[in-house]
Design a protein around this ligand. Sequence first.
Ligand code: FDA
Length: 488
Amino acid sequence: MIGTGYGGAVAALRLAQAGVDVHMVEMGMAWDTPGSDGKIFANTRTPDYRSYWLRTRTKQPLSNFLGFPLDKDVPRYTGILDAEEMGGIIVYQGRGVGGGSLVNGGMAVTPKRENFAAVLPSVAAAEMYDVYYPRANAGLGVGTVDPDWFETAACYQYARVGRKHAQRSGFPFVFVPDVYDWDYMEQEAAGTVPKSALDGEILYGNNHGKKSLQKTYLARAAATGRVSVSPLHKVTSVAPAAGGGYTVVIDQLDTGGNTTTTKTVTADRVFFAAGSVGTSKLLVKLKATGALPNLNSEVGKGWGENGNVMCGRANHLWDPTGAVQSSIPCSGIDNWAAGGAFAEVAPLPTGIETFASFYLSITKNPHRAQFTWNAAAGKVDLNWQTAWKQPSIDMAKTIFDKINAKEGTIYRTDLFGTYKIWGDHLTYHPLGGAVLNKATDNYGRLHGHPGLYVIDGALIPGNASVNPFVTITALAERNIETIIATDL
Ligand code: FDA
């Protein structure tokens, strides 16, 4: 299993339960040992060596505040958040045992059924909504904020302001489920447990409260006794082995990112669960360099960024959003059908009153990019263009232009640079690159090389209409069930 994110964790658990021995190879760290401050994870407000994957300077998604740059130097280390610069876009990804579940907001959203056909056109919606979405939600430990507590909790003042403004402009406001332990958060607010969401922890890991994969699928996989994990090991090649199966080449890394040993193992079957970017880059390289020559021409295609675009609004002084904001979002504004945008009401956990409302919008951006092998540079390129975010900006504006007009407010221009309104340079939600029923069959079996599978976000063609990990998990549950029943 290459990678330990959602797809990898689901597949490892189900294979192990079916009696198959699984070895998981993860390029990131185990994240099970506290640093000298007694904590495993760094705070979002004070990034340190643990925060970034092999960078000497932070690359914070919100790069500025009041126009001042926030980034700072950090020691180069195999940290938890990768800000991977892919030409026209920075793709943020989790690195470590648990993949994206280590760094994400835990927002666990099942897409609306009427949007599902656009997400995965070849998959029967009925089986997803009757069986696999419920299974994924249960396995992930998804829950929703207590609506009564929400009404009074100081840490959700920002979300209530977001609701007021949405509703006054006629937009539906929805609660968004999350894998954070909501009881724990209430205890944080009551001051009876160590704080995590209420202390601004999120982007570089949560020391408490969040049910990341290490606490759910991966814990259950480990309990079977059939799953082993090698952290700080990076797969660099997969090729057919002479006697059957596949030869997998793996670099063992030190915490400076240097290769200390190169190992070669043989596996009967190999699952690519390295995330949309990781899986796509590996497959494109292995096809182009002749290691996996029979992969088809769909490999590398159909990549999208889930239409992510960020913005902030400057509120009036009578609309404070709160000095202490839960770092875990719990709500959103749904204008998908009318305007192509679903906007999360997101926190700005700065620890001070900012009078700002902040949003991460997921939009119906139609653009798709392709990964290709750059032989001269010996690396994989992605042809995403920054200008391709314009449709996303236009869709987000269907919400926020209206709210600003109604409230007599303006956009913040100080969060992504100086005089820059839109966070259009990044994504948290890479999807596609080895699309289901194109690069693979309808269950993730790669065409051309029996025994190779894709089981992660690379299968989803560029857009999930909502935050993607529940869909990645549910699709993995669906595919692995068929693979176990028919291939093993
Ligand atoms: P995922 O990326 O989780 O795992 C892949 C793993 O493979 C990684 O651990 C990686 O290190 C490893 N790997 C890669 N290449 C390798 C190689 N060659 N060898 C060995 N290992 C390798 N989604 C959502 O639904 N709700 C949310 O609230 C958020 N919020 C959010 C915030 C932030 C900051 C980020 C970065 C992302 C989110 N997401 C999110 C997105 C979500 O986390 C993402 O969609 C999933 O983690 C993707 O799951 P996968 O299984 O595809 O890969």
